[in-house]
Design a protein. Structure first.
Length: 107
């Protein structure tokens, strides 16, 4: 019975830490870039667009398709960085816990 109570306490502690981490992730802003820095995209940790910077040389009608591709690439770069940051935070939280590889916690 002692083990179950101890385990329940640890689960509650982990849940509180997860809630704190979710708030921290939401408040994290990551930046992705493309075109050698000609386009920058800022995203929240949840993937919400927070900012967009475009080099003025790309604001020409004949550069439209290139600009579209660069925005998509910068967005993908920022999303990858946000996911990496999220995974690193999860490693910190779950350090020492016997969680099977590949198991996704609620995020």
């Amino acid at each position: 019975m002692k083990d179950i109570m101890g385990m329940m306490g640890k689960m509650q502690e982990m849940q509180a830490k997860m809630e704190e981490m979710q708030i921290e992730i939401e408040n994290t802003v990551v930046e992705g870039s493309s075109g050698g820095g000609m386009v920058y995209v800022s995203l929240s940790g949840k993937g919400e667009l927070k900012g967009l910077k475009i080099d003025r040389s790309l604001l020409q009608p004949e550069e439209g398709e290139i600009l579209e591709d660069l925005i998509i690439a910068a967005h993908a770069d920022a999303l990858a960085k946000a996911e990496t940051a999220k995974q690193e935070k999860m490693k910190e939280l779950t350090a020492g816990l016997p969680i099977p590889p590949g198991m996704k916690l609620p995020f």
